[in-house]
Structure formats: structure tokens, C-alpha cells
Design a protein around this ligand. Structure first.
Ligand code: RIB
Length: 312
């Protein structure tokens, strides 16, 4: 038989109201009472009905996460960190991978809203999704402009672009290629290119912007390029492999910079120079900003930019 609230209360030796307070994280309760209630819930395998709570206007304690994909270790790591930190704060996560497809993202947004999540953290790469302008649920974006009233948490892309160029200049490269994507939004990621441009212009140097959408790594590289600014680590490793296949050595015959610096890439490719985004801090700020939005749905909430570092 499915355990009910009163069974938990009876086993824990507390009132039904106390059990409900523990579940909803509400009112001041002693550590001992909270532990007793959790132990009883575990023993009875009691599952609080999130949807029913949401229907009563109470928080569902679910947060939806949307990522373009989970194959890029950076998003896997950020998702993992968000889930870990949210769990600590009493939230469960529903993770959706939008496969960089607006239709799939549209379906997921509807699903998350129907399940009455308390808020959404979106790392979407599908720009111009109309729902983001209309949705009333609290939303925070990672790294991309989604709508005027959606705060963005990101790391310092401008400085990231500059650090990447700094490394190439230090190694005296002659021809620089910069991989760019066709994003025309007001996303902070565009500042990476600005950082690259400003730093190179200051040195009276130029570069070739290569549009990712039309780029064939096998036929473009090595070409004339002995310096490449890639837009993420996975891409940098793919390009580096083309050079290696032609017998060229990274850090000697050519220089390349990645972006993101996830732990997995740092382990499997420790020699890849890369701009490191502070994943745990990004997760903390995304959650903080989202919870601010939950508490004050109409308030103006500032976007947040965190520092990056360079790892040679
Ligand atoms: O690797 C994926 C990239 O897209 C990251 O650099 C991240 O900032 C995201 O916007």
C-alpha cells in the first residue's frame, strides 16, 4: 500500500503539519525533527506528490534545466554541478537536452511548465524562441540572450577572447584563424570575438574569422594557419587532430586554444591550452539568480559575469 502523510507522521511521532513543513522546507524545525521525518519517509518509501503541491499553489521544488546537448563535457559538468547544488537546497532537477533544435526545445518548455517547475535554467543555443518572451515562470539564462527580462549568468567572454590571443601572440604565430558562429543576438558570448579583435588590433595584427556553419576542418586546416582560436575544447581537439594527422606537433608547429576547461578535458587532454570557465561558481550564481527571480517575479534582476582563467 502507498504510504500517506499520516503514516509518516505516526512513524516519526510528530504531527501531520510538521511532516508537511519538513517537506515544504517551511517554518523553524529542529534538526532532530527533520531527521526523524526524513528517516520515516525513507522507511515507508513515501513520495510527496509534487504536482499536487503545485496545484495548491505551493512550490513543486522542481527546477528545469535546458541544455543544447549533454555530449559536450562542459554542459555535462555544468548540469551535474547545478543538480548537486540544487539538491542540497531541497530542489530536484528535470534535465532536458534541446539537441540544438527549436522544436524539441519548444516541447520541453511546455512539458516543464505543465509540470509546474518552480523555475528554469536555460543554456539554450536556440535563439529567438518566442516562448522565452512570453513565459511567466522564473527563468535565468546561461551565456545567451533569450529575452529582455531574463537575467544572464556568464563568464567574462571578452577577457576570455583576449587571453586566447595573448597565448598565440606569445608563441609568435603568423596566421591566426578564429572560429565564429553565426549568432546575431545580444549574447555575451559575442564578446569573445570582440576581445580577440581588440587585442589583435592593439598589436596591428589581423585574423581570419571562419564561420563554423560552413567550415570543413579537414580541408581548411592546417592551410596557412599556425594559430587557431577555437570556440570550445571539443572543437579545438578535433582541429588539433587534423594537424596531428599531417605530422604537425601542437605547441611547436602550431598553437591552438580551446574554451571551457571542463575537468574531463583537462584530464584527457592536459596539453590543450584553454580558457577555463568557473563551473561551480557559475552554477552557484545561476541558482542564486533564479531564486531571486522566484522570490521577486517582477523585480529587475542584474545579470552576472564571472572571471575566467587561462590554462596553458
Ligand atoms: O562549449 C559550449 C560553449 O557554449 C561554451 O563555451 C559555453 O560558454 C556555451 O555558451
Amino acid at each position: 500500500m502507498v504510504a500517506k502523510l499520516k503514516d509518516v507522521a505516526q512513524l516519526a511521532g510528530v504531527s501531520v503539519t510538521t511532516v508537511s513543513r519538513v517537506i515544504n522546507n517551511y517554518g523553524s524545525l529542529s534538526e532532530k525533527t527533520i531527521n526523524k521525518v526524513h528517516a520515516a519517509m525513507r522507511q515507508l518509501n513515501y513520495q510527496p506528490n509534487a504536482l499536487a503541491r503545485a496545484m495548491q499553489g505551493k512550490p513543486s521544488k522542481f527546477i528545469g534545466l535546458i541544455f543544447p546537448n549533454l555530449t559536450n563535457p562542459f554542459f555535462a559538468e555544468l548540469g551535474n554541478e547545478l543538480e548537486r547544488q540544487l539538491f542540497k537546497q531541497g530542489y530536484k532537477t528535470i534535465i532536458a537536452s534541446s539537441a540544438e533544435n527549436p522544436e524539441i526545445e519548444h516541447e520541453y518548455l511546455s512539458m516543464l511548465m505543465a509540470n509546474q517547475v518552480d523555475g528554469i535554467i536555460s543554456g539554450s543555443h536556440n535563439l529567438d524562441i518566442d516562448e522565452y518572451h512570453r513565459i511567466s515562470a522564473p527563468i535565468v539564462s546561461f551565456d545567451r540572450y533569450l529575452a529582455d527580462n531574463i537575467p544572464i549568468v556568464s563568464s567574462d567572454s571578452y577577457h576570455g577572447g583576449q587571453l586566447a590571443v595573448e597565448y598565440l601572440l606569445k608563441n609568435r604565430v603568423t596566421h591566426i584563424a578564429v572560429i565564429v558562429d553565426e549568432d546575431t543576438s545580444a549574447s555575451p558570448t559575442l564578446n569573445r570575438l570582440q576581445g580577440v579583435l581588440d587585442r589583435l588590433t592593439a598589436e596591428h595584427r589581423s585574423f581570419d574569422p571562419l564561420a563554423l556553419e560552413k567550415l570543413d576542418f579537414q580541408t581548411t586546416f592546417p592551410g596557412i594557419y599556425d594559430g587557431v582560436v577555437a570556440s570550445n575544447d571539443v572543437q579545438a581537439l578535433e582541429i588539433a587532430a587534423v594537424y596531428r594527422d599531417r605530422g604537425l606537433e601542437m605547441g611547436k608547429d602550431f598553437f591552438i586554444t580551446g574554451y571551457d576547461g571542463s575537468q574531463l578535458i583537462r584530464k584527457v587532454a592536459p596539453h590543450l591550452p584553454t580558457v577555463v570557465q568557473p563551473v561551480p561558481e557559475l552554477a552557484t550564481q545561476l541558482i542564486k539568480t533564479l531564486l531571486k527571480r522566484v522570490a521577486a517575479p517582477q523585480a529587475a534582476i542584474s545579470s552576472v559575469t564571472l572571471p575566467v582563467t587561462f590554462r596553458e
